[in-house]
Design a protein around this ligand. Sequence first.
Ligand code: C2E
Ligand code: MG
Ligand code: MG
Length: 506
Amino acid sequence: MIPSEINKQSANSEKFKKLGKQLESALNEVETMRKQQNELVTHVEKLVSSVERQNSIRKEILKRANFNPISGLPNHNLLDSNLMSFFDSGKGDSKPGALVLLQLDNNFDMISKTQESLIGSWLVYRTGLRLRKYIGKNGSVYHIRDEKFLLHIFKANTATEFAPFLIKIDRQISKPYIFASQHIVIGCVIGATLYPTDGNNKNALLNNADIALSEARRKNRNYAFFEPKMLDDAVRMMKTRSSMIQALEKNAVDKISKQLYLNLQPIVSISQIKKNKPIIENINAEALIRWRHPIEGNVPPDAFIPIAEETGVIIVIGKWVLYKAAAQIEVWEWQQIKSKLAINVSPRQFHNDDLIDSIRRIIKNRRINPEKLQIEITENSFLDDPYDATKKISRLKDLGISVAIDDFGTGFSSINYLKQLPVDAVKIDRSFVEDLTTSANGYSIVKAIIALTQELGMTNIAEGVETWEQLELLMQLGISTFQGFLFSKALSPDDYAEFYRRYKEY
Ligand code: C2E
Ligand code: MG
Ligand code: MG
């Protein structure tokens, strides 16, 4: 090879080396970019799926809030907002129409109570279908309670003209159903009111329809139209009924308050464990009802609360608990005990219209600091009526009262519902604490609940802590508030005061 060629070749190989290096670094750059792009895509995908998930949760919640799960028909919430916009826009003045309240008769009640609940649901579903088919484009059908439907009929002039329509509806409903080769016949009672003749305001008209329905039931008729004179009768009867209830309630409260009492179970907050001793930062309490029956002896709450709930007596008992709890908070003020007191509110009591007013009244009369009161509700309270629950929780919070979800994880609510609720604390059910040290599943569930609730800014309280092992594991998982026999069972108010002081000195 001639020297000039050798020089040329070595110059080329230098050039190739340089090019190779440049190519390598370019490829590296591309690889890094691709990685970054991939990360970005995964991130966006995650975001999209979380937005999608949130949208579907929102849709599901809206659906649950606005439609009856059995009939699939719009419920009282949708009725409320649709009628409000209808009458507010003045449409009720220009075109005469009717609101028709329809209640399935006692036969339905008997069937749904005595037969499998499936038949009751099936009957409700089929009745909804019949109504929707029959009404068609002439109006809207709402399913406002188990056995109650409301029809908004867009055209109705006078009672005389409209009555045949009601008779036909009655006939449609009363046609026999065939279920598992059984013939089932259910009837209905109807109350109707016409607008604008009887009024042009949603609440007044709904009230009219209700009054007309009561009149039809009282007079054993299939239907009745509202008449102004019924209003006076209804007001008179309501007054009598409410004074009777008041008298009954007073009697009942007087009687049971001699047998019922509240015990207080400490709920302790611990900062750390030093030399095998927990350092207690704060003590609150949960009021647990006790019944000393004159004949049966001590009846545990699990044995009588569900019955009280079923029969409605819980409303009276609940008021008594509230009253006693407020008195306890007042006593603590003199005793300089700085605990917060949690009371249990059952689903029926929670959805009772009077709950917020009773609480407000008691707080005002007793002049107690609302921050000293916490309300414990279960997931069922929320599931029964998510719309009412969210509204009530917000109203309690406006009053300065904190709210906790009791026995969390035992109901059927999805963890996602929790995101919608303005609650302060979540009490992890005793069964999970029990499983914590015995099953890997229990550990993962508690861990997941804690992660979610902490992300939502809620506090966790572990219920039913009985052993050191459970306490240590729970503390490792980031919980600092505990209730359980490891610290104390439910105590009499005097013993609670002693427990509190002992901790103060300690
Ligand atoms: P809850 O609200 O979850 O109350 C906690 C229950 O767990 C209490 O049972 C308490 O004694 C028990 N407990 C606490 N720590 C431990 C522990 O370490 N181990 C075990 N095995 N049990 C523990 P209690 O007093 O029998 O009350 C049962 C349920 O009755 C309450 O459950 C609550 O749902 C209901 N209840 C109690 N008082 C009232 C009330 O005033 N109103 C209403 N509506 N319900 C109430
Ligand atoms: Mg409780
Ligand atoms: Mg509980």
